[in-house]
Design a protein around this ligand. Structure first.
Ligand SMILES: Nc1ncnc2c1ncn2[C@@H]1O[C@H](COP(=O)(O)OP(=O)(O)OP(=O)(O)O)[C@@H](O)[C@H]1O
Length: 627
């Protein structure tokens, strides 16, 4: 069917009009349309109409849902917990500046301190890390005889990504400050194995690791011994399973189980549902199920079998998170994202955005393109509105680890900026003061949606999110509604209207700001969007290198599109993509020839067999996370 997909004769379901019948007939090449010069000295190349032959944009009808609410804070303080006074005063009150417990902490800490296993679900940004960190530290500092480095790991914390491993490690460093005899350490893909081996040999008591790297050491590092382990924490437990790490987890559990010491096991995530029972059954003993949704004051319950089944499919969302959706035809995706970034980061103050993109190559491409086109200063001082400069960052699994760590730290500390990233940044990361989450490419599940938007509106703060969908993808709104998530619509035209503030993209000179006619305004917005798209296309087509980069970004986007799970294929199916229009969203004037064969030759996209499907899943996900 891939042949069919890239055939120009393929009838297209999502588009109206003649262009829909010939998707590759997107005509704009310098040869076909000779250059002329516009008012601003920029060479104009006639861009095929961005606003014609697009599918209709119906209104979004987000079904009414009862949003599940969780109260973040309680009026209880940590003093009530009978913790070591240094842990409360030095660490929590002074170093971490926290006094009252969050709901999940109030429910989880006493359960864990009583020695039980637990499965913990509470909304993103509600303080789950301290909910397990405090009991672990309280337990370790009280151990007699005193913990020694040579005891090796006493607590093992498994997290799905490297940045999250680093973040959890830093939290343990803070919590363990007064207890200098207990040593935390982190192992993660991308770091030097030799240095990690040396640290393991010296002794690490609280070991934080990504699954793959831990398995690597279990197999290859003689000095790793788990004879003393008393705690196993799986943070973002559902994702760890998702990533196909089940095999790795089995290796880890087998290594831990050899000793037979009594061990406490804790699973945590904002989206624990089905699938977890399987994990619980292999790793836990009569776990207590803890969830925090409103009206569930008593939801600390012993659920001997398959505790997570008590959890419903309704996800609690942060109360002060404003969720939006915008429906944008593929052709207009690029200009619409650019206009949104300009609106927030150029014409508003102190905005910090995270933009989720489906592939590493597309992240790289957009970074280069936006830096070249959007960051250019106007040739005259004609920008009417006060504007601030744009600071772009990027994070994805194909970057070197040092670079990833550097970007993570820099973006954590910056006051304004735009992080273009893949799902490596979707889970667990606690990046301060993020104001907007933009999902430029839709997530692979409702759970991933929850985690992505959860990078804002943390710990009771305010935040907003925007999901981009094409008209053919609108049914994803219903998928979210099934999990009690409701979105309000933002209009594409309103986002594009930002371009009226930016004189760099002025149309061909007829616009007069004193004009009051709505039609003239709309016309000028469209012209400016076209000018911006032309700038993008000119950049992409300026040389062979940038053209190839755009093509491979498009290709990687298409590959990623094939990896949606079968339950969502009726919404996100590569057959319903309009290749010519998708190409436009990568600044390409025409749909590249031969893309079909390059996608079919990739084993990740062979979908003839189940094996092929599995490979496809793995290909994308492993390359994303870059274990
Ligand atoms: N009791 C508290 N009072 C104030 N701030 C807190 C408290 N507990 C945790 N925090 C802060 O809240 C933020 C979010 O916490 P954390 O990262 O543990 O959330 P989470 O529930 O694990 O989120 P996610 O599901 O996204 O991983 C962190 O900056 C943390 O320091």
């Amino acid at each position: 069917y891939l042949k069919q997909l890239f055939s120009t004769k393929r009838p297209h379901q999502t588009c109206k009009g003649s262009a829909a019948k010939s998707p590759s007939k997107v005509k704009t090449s310098p040869k076909k349309a000779p250059e002329e010069h516009g008012d601003h000295g920029r060479p104009f190349i006639k861009t095929s109409s961005l606003f014609r032959n697009n599918p209709e944009i119906p209104d979004v009808l987000s079904p009414a849902v009862n949003q599940v609410k969780e109260k973040v804070f309680t009026s209880n303080t940590f003093e009530e917990l009978n913790l070591h006074p240094h842990l409360v005063r030095t660490n929590l009150n002074i170093v971490l500046n926290v006094t009252s417990m969050t709901s999940v902490q109030k429910k989880t800490i006493p359960v864990l301190m009583s020695g039980k296993d637990a499965v913990v679900r509470s909304q993103t940004g509600s303080g789950k890390t301290l909910a397990y960190g405090i009991p672990v530290v309280q337990f370790l500092q009280a151990m007699q005889p005193k913990v020694k480095r040579s005891d090796g790991p006493l607590a093992v914390v498994i997290v799905p990504t490297r940045e999250l491993a680093l973040q959890s490690f830093q939290m343990f460093q803070k919590l363990l400050k007064p207890f200098t005899w207990i040593v935390p350490g982190v192992l993660m893909g991308g770091e030097k194995r030799k240095a990690e081996k040396a640290r393991l040999r010296k002794g690490i008591n609280v070991l934080i690791s990504t699954p793959g790297r831990l398995v690597d050491h279990i197999k290859n590092t003689l000095s790793i011994a788990f004879s003393a382990v008393r705690w196993l924490i799986l943070d973002e437990a559902d994702r760890t399973l998702d990533l196909g790490f089940e095999k790795d987890l089995t290796v880890i559990l087998n290594a831990l189980n050899v000793t037979g010491l009594a061990r406490q096991n804790v699973l945590l995530s904002a989206t624990l549902t089905e699938g977890l029972s399987r994990l619980a059954s292999i790793s836990m003993k009569e776990p207590v199920s803890i969830h925090v949704s409103e009206g569930s004051e008593d939801t600390v319950e012993a659920c001997p079998q398959a505790a997570p089944q008590a959890l419903s499919d309704s996800y609690a969302m942060p109360e002060r998170l404003q969720q939006h959706v915008v429906v944008v035809p593929s052709k207009l995706h690029l200009v619409c994202l650019a206009a949104f970034i300009l609106a927030k980061c150029k014409f508003e103050q102190r905005q910090k955005l995270i933009v989720f993109i489906s592939s590493c190559e597309a992240v790289e491409f957009l970074l280069t393109l936006f830096t070249a086109v959007l960051c250019v200063k106007p040739s005259t001082a004609s920008t009417k509105h006060t504007s601030t400069s744009l600071n772009f960052y990027r994070l994805h699994g194909n970057m070197r680890q040092e670079e990833r760590t550097e970007v993570f730290q820099e973006f954590s500390q910056c006051k304004t900026g735009i992080l273009l990233c893949t799902d490596v940044a979707a889970r667990g990361l606690d990046l301060p003061q993020v104001t907007w989450i933009v999902q430029y490419n839709p997530p692979v599940s409702a759970a991933e949606y929850v985690h992505r938007v959860g990078r804002t509106a943390r710990i009771g703060a305010q935040g907003s999110s925007l999901l981009f969908l094409t008209p053919s993808e609108m049914a994803f709104v219903d998928v979210l509604a099934n999990h009690n998530i409701s979105l309000s619509e933002m209009k594409m035209e309103d986002i594009l209207a930002t371009l009226m503030k930016d004189e760099r993209f002025k149309g061909r000179g007829k616009w007069d700001s004193k004009q009051r006619s709505a039609t003239a305004f709309e016309q000028e917005v469209r012209e400016r969007a076209t000018v911006l798209q032309t700038d993008f296309e000119n950049y992409v087509h300026a040389n062979n290198e940038s053209l190839q980069t755009a093509k491979s970004a498009l290709q990687s986007f298409l590959r990623a599109y094939t990896t949606y799970p079968s339950s969502l294929k009726h919404i996100f199916h590569i057959r319903s993509l309009h290749l010519g229009h998708a190409a436009k969203s990568f600044g390409l004037r025409d749909a590249p020839q031969g893309l079909g064969s390059s996608i079919t030759t990739n084993p990740a996209n062979s979908k003839d067999s189940k094996k092929g499907k599995d490979k496809a899943k793995r290909y994308c996900k492993f390359s994303e996370v870059g274990q």
